[in-house]
Design a protein around this ligand. Structure first.
Ligand SMILES: C[S@@+](CC[C@H](N)C(=O)[O-])C[C@H]1O[C@@H](n2cnc3c(N)ncnc32)[C@H](O)[C@@H]1O
Length: 248
């Protein structure tokens, strides 16, 4: 995957591109990231990329010309142009999956009061939001999206089964996990995980994943693809939880 990031702060990405999954993906030549300093496309010697809003009001708006020119300098037939914006489609795992299948992503990182509306209307393929809150700029948004997307590209994460069982990837929340020691300050790991019985452990994990989904995110269960075994386990969980609340 080729990825261009258009930003007034290319230095923001210096650290994150050198660590973890993004570093590995680049080393494996699965990912190629190029940073574009938006100011290189400014129209004046002051490298100005923002201006006052028409109609007055507070805050500065990112000018359209440098953004259009920066995108057009790298755009190809298969490019997908993403405008980071709190008003866009909410970023979730299914969107990460969709983006992981693209050949070329171009991110536009907004700043100030926002970006001239014509960028959204006539240049971006999609506006993506990280959630209902306001950040100072699109750089953090871009780094989050990139990390979530890149770990889904086949070959990036060595253990693909681990990715497949992650929360949301499998349609439900992931199971609880424990590691050594088996007893820490008297807090014991569930016995079944020490039993060595892989079939029982698989069923236990699935059941606990379903339990926490039912208790924390029941909305996910409405959309999840459940097997007959899942439905049986859910019935057991509902019964167990009813008994538990009766005892309290
Ligand atoms: C201060 S924000 C502008 C917010 C804009 N005035 C609004 O209320 O919709 C500046 C830039 O940060 C980015 N940004 C801030 N919060 C975001 C979020 N939740 N999701 C995606 N991008 C965000 C966008 O690129 C945005 O153009």
């Amino acid at each position: 995957m080729l990825c261009h990031i258009i930003t007034i702060f290319p230095e923001y990405f210096a650290g994150i591109l050198k660590i973890g999954i993004l570093r590995i993906a680049q080393e494996k030549k699965i990912l190629n990231v190029a940073l574009i300093n938006l100011r290189d496309f400014a129209m004046d010697s002051y490298r100005t990329v923002d201006d006052y809003p028409y109609g007055g009001g507070s805050g500065m708006i990112m000018k359209p010309e440098p953004i259009f020119q920066a995108v057009e300098s790298v755009k190809r037939e298969d490019s997908y142009v993403i405008l980071t914006s709190p008003q866009g489609r909410r970023f979730e795992q299914n969107l990460a999956k969709e983006l992981s299948q693209k050949e070329h992503l171009i991110f536009i990182c907004g700043r100030y009061k926002g970006v001239d509306e014509r960028v959204r209307e006539f240049l971006a393929d999609e506006e993506i939001s990280l959630g209902d809150f306001i950040l100072a700029g699109g750089e953090a948004v871009c780094s989050v999206i990139l990390e979530a997307v890149v770990r889904l590209i086949p070959g990036v994460v060595g253990d693909e089964e681990s990715v497949a069982t992650d929360s949301f990837v499998s349609g439900i929340l992931d199971a609880p996990y424990y590691t050594r020691p088996a007893d820490y300050r008297g807090y014991r790991v569930p016995e079944i995980l020490l039993s060595g019985d892989h079939q029982k452990i698989r069923v236990w994990r699935r059941k606990e994943a379903l339990r926490r989904t039912l208790l924390r995110r029941p909305d996910l269960l409405e959309r999840a693809e459940l097997t007959p075994e899942d439905i049986k386990l859910l019935k057991e969980i509902e019964e167990e939880e009813k008994n538990r609340s009766r005892k309290c």
